[in-house]
Design a protein around this ligand. Structure first.
Ligand code: ADP
Ligand code: MG
Length: 300
């Protein structure tokens, strides 16, 4: 595209909250045939809520909440925010100090599975089943039953392990964005197929994919796995765009022909992207593709 055409398109995009980082991004976007969407925070609203909580050991709900909060307070993940909020509400109900958060030592983020740390003399893990497996924490039949019950309802389960045993669990729900289904079907009418990728478990992925009308999806994919899947699609000769919001999406955003960071995503994702959709609205994926197609057809 000519510098003028790029400038005009960039200006038009910017006025609609679609920031295009240069002519290269614009040129690649018009050839896109497949768009890969991250689930959490991209297809879903990304503000999950705790809708159920359960205990599996002798620790009280307050103890489990306090230890989970201490650990999750250091995480940027939307699920972490949901857990912290829930614990805060619970403390309010019991009339305890809602601002108090215990110190955590040896805090670690395990991308795509959860967080860990030491609260006092106790070792705390907060995350999914894969995190438990990685730390050799047994997941018994009653925990399994709780997980499968909630995952079928498109919820994500957050397990809290204290000193090597699952002490409690939360179930978190994150509704899909109201425009998601329409955008996916509109993209199809533009000749673009949609794929969903998520670090979340298979049952939740199935439920969400069905809700938005996506047939092809990959679950339990870690950040590097997401980038690998993009490369696989590219090897089939497809021009692939990736839409994501989180740190966990940045390798895939870089690997894609066109990386689109959506919404109030993390700085890392915005940095890694070619196009930034600042409004967090999926309709802007169409806006971006449309803009590039129109610009490129005009100059050819
Ligand atoms: P997505 O690809 O859907 O954005 P992520 O890769 O960020 O998801 O995370 C995958 C899964 O890892 C989540 O569904 C959750 O089960 C778990 N997880 C990641 N971070 C956390 C956290 N801070 N607290 C609890 N669970 C987490
Ligand atoms: Mg995400």
């Amino acid at each position: 595209a000519t510098p003028t055409a790029v400038m005009v398109a960039s200006g038009k995009g910017a006025s609609q909250g679609v920031l295009i980082k240069g002519g290269n991004a614009l040129e690649k976007a018009h050839k896109v045939k497949t768009i890969v969407f991250d689930k959490t925070g991209t297809l879903t609203v990304g503000k999950p809520l705790v809708v159920s909580a359960v205990l599996f050991s002798n620790f009280s709900m307050e103890e489990v909440c306090d230890m989970a909060t201490a650990t999750e307070a250091n995480s940027e993940h939307p699920i972490a925010k949901a857990v912290v909020e829930h614990a805060k509400r619970l403390r309010q109900k019991f009339g305890s100090n809602t601002e108090h958060v215990a110190d955590v030592k040896e805090f670690e983020v395990h991308l795509g599975t959860g967080v860990s740390g030491k609260v006092g003399h106790r070792t705390v893990l907060v995350g999914n089943k894969r995190l438990m497996r990685a730390f050799n924490v047994p997941v018994g039949p009653n925990v399994e039953a709780y997980i499968s019950e909630h995952e079928q309802l498109a919820r994500t389960c957050v397990l809290v392990a204290i000193d090597g045993d699952v002490a409690g669990a939360f179930s978190v729900t994150d509704p899909v964005k109201p425009e998601a289904r329409l955008v996916i079907s509109f993209l199809r009418s533009m000749g673009i197929s949609s794929v969903m990728m998520t670090g979340d478990n298979l049952s939740t992925a199935i439920a969400v994919a069905k809700e938005v009308g996506i047939e092809t999806f990959f679950a339990e994919t870690d950040p590097v796995g997401k980038a690998d899947k993009i490369k696989e699609l590219q090897m089939k000769g497809m021009n692939v765009a990736m839409v994501g919001d989180g740190i966990n999406d940045s390798p895939a955003l870089v690997a894609a022909d066109v990386g689109m960071a959506i919404g109030a995503g993390t700085d890392v994702a915005i940095e890694a992207a070619d196009i930034v959709l600042i409004k967090s609205n999926l309709e802007d994926v169409v806006t971006a593709i449309d803009l590039s197609r129109k610009t490129m057809s005009r100059i050819r």
